[in-house]
Design a protein around this ligand. Structure first.
Ligand SMILES: Nc1nc2c(ncn2[C@@H]2O[C@H](COP(=O)(O)OP(=O)(O)OP(=O)(O)O)[C@@H](O)[C@H]2O)c(=O)[nH]1
Ligand SMILES: [Mg+2]
Length: 439
């Protein structure tokens, strides 16, 4: 997931607190040092880190735990709250008719993010349309057109026309009936006068509800300078941090923008149209701390999967048949890369290792499994434990597959079943604890 490394070290810190004998000055000092190390490694600004450490230290030693909460849980809660504080608020995005203008420097991820946003609103049941007014970079038109076609989003652009204003004057009436209109603009390598002028011209015609600035996570703390500069010249209503998957230093950009007037609206962590999520500081921090954002998962599931197909409760039950497994794999595949979905679950905290094998369930694999399962009878599907070697041979033969594929499917099912059980039980039950803390 986003910021794996930072998450990992913060989770270790929390585990340490959970296992601490008592909370005294020494434990707190140690804890604060560990947190500092983790945040600095992720490129969070030193001043912010110092401010945060001071707050955590003071509060942990001074504040009395509320009734029903032990001192260790109290400290965990303080860490959680203070981390949310440094990351700032989130932008308000309505699920309603709106026009969005995308701005940013060259190569920051505007076009990719335009498509991700279109997909985001599409998933929410709104009708998006995209206009390309990048007349600067050759190939911009084709890039956006192809991406939009891939996700079946309406697109308007004029190949070869270098006049952005003209394109908009013709394009806007054409997409009048769409709910969310997204305008992808050209980038330049610096915020120079030409770019500012063009952005202003486009602004005058479009009069967008939102001006989103797309910032590459790899720029780290410089993000704050960029955000300030764009905000001063044309004003922005939200920031989208892109490419969070590509850097271990994403903490820099994320925390830097909280120092500006604007706030983070979305974060992008991947190249596919699905790899965008609305930025919610509390949710983000819970996930970073390994508190498994089941809510995100459920919400996402509800958007694209009907209930019969995907039942999170069942998934956690641990007892499921091959048929269930197949249904769930299919559902998970619809939600996006398996790895992303798995990582929304509290795997880390429950000490469950998700092996690489579990990530590798590609559509191809699923199709193969489907064929294998078609050669099984109902009893075998209901209770795969009865599949001995002669049955395995029959199934392999009947489905035209190697016996290894059958073996692999059964093994996969077993691993999955164990994983689900692990999720439900778990040793250090963070979910329960967070509930108790009212988080
Ligand atoms: N890994 C990863 N790559 C990304 C992400 N967002 C964008 N990219 C890649 O970054 C490169 C540039 O992205 P674009 O969307 O074309 O950037 P742009 O801001 O539109 O660029 P210009 O139009 O030239 O200004 C592309 O190769 C994208 O695939 C992301 O979240 N993760
Ligand atoms: Mg572009």
């Amino acid at each position: 997931m986003v910021l794996d490394k930072l998450g990992g070290s913060l989770q270790n810190v929390l585990r340490k607190i959970a296992g601490a004998g008592r909370i005294d000055e020494r434990t707190v000092s140690e804890l604060v040092k560990d947190i500092q190390r983790a945040l600095l490694q992720a490129d969070v600004n030193v001043k912010l880190v110092m401010k945060l450490s001071k707050r955590i230290k003071e509060r942990s030693l001074k504040e009395k735990p509320p009734a029903g909460i032990n001192p260790r849980e109290h400290v965990v809660r303080i860490v959680y709250q203070e981390l949310i504080n440094i990351i700032g608020r989130s932008s308000d995005i309505k699920l309603d008719k709106q026009t969005i203008m995308m701005v940013g420097l060259q190569g920051g991820g505007k076009t990719t993010t335009t498509v991700k946003l279109a997909r985001y609103f599409q998933r929410k049941g709104l009708k998006p349309a995209v206009i390309c007014v990048d007349t600067f970079r050759p190939g911009a038109y084709e890039q956006l057109k192809t991406l939009c076609e891939r996700i079946h989003v309406a697109f308007y652009g004029e190949a070869g026309n270098s006049n952005a204003v003209e394109i908009l004057k013709r394009g806007l009436p054409q997409i009048e009936k769409y709910d969310v209109k997204i305008i992808d603009t050209a980038g330049r390598h610096a915020l120079e006068s030409e770019l500012i002028q063009e952005m202003e011209d486009i602004y005058e015609i479009v009069k967008p509800d939102h001006k989103f600035l797309v910032l590459d996570a790899a720029m780290g703390q410089q993000a704050s300078e960029q955000a300030k500069a764009f905000n001063n010249s044309i004003g922005i209503t939200g920031i989208i941090i892109s490419k969070l998957d590509g850097t271990a230093k994403g903490g820099g950009a994320l925390s830097a923008v909280s120092e500006t007037d604007s706030s983070i609206a979305f974060i992008g962590a991947g190249e596919t149209p699905e790899d965008l999520e609305k930025f919610e500081p509390d949710r983000f921090i819970s996930r970073l701390l390994g508190m498994g954002d089941i809510k995100t998962l459920i919400e996402k599931a509800e958007e694209s999967i009907d209930e019969e197909e995907f039942n999170i409760e069942n998934m956690m039950q641990g007892k499921f048949t091959l048929k269930d497994m197949y249904k769930q794999l299919k559902a998970i595949n619809k939600l996006g890369p398996l790895k992303n979905v798995m990582q929304m679950l509290p795997m880390g905290k429950l000490g469950l290792k998700v092996t690489d094998d579990m990530y590798k369930v590609t559509t191809d694999r699923l199709d193969k499994y489907k064929v294998v399962m078609d050669s099984m009878n109902n009893r075998e599907l209901e209770d795969p434990r009865i599949i001995n070697s002669s049955r395995m041979f029959r199934i392999a033969h009947g489905s035209g597959n190697d016996i290894d594929v059958v073996r692999e499917l059964i093994k996969y099912h077993r691993t999955m079943q164990k994983a689900m059980k692990g999720l439900r039980g778990g040793n250090f039950n963070v979910q329960k604890m967070m509930k108790k803390l009212g988080m």
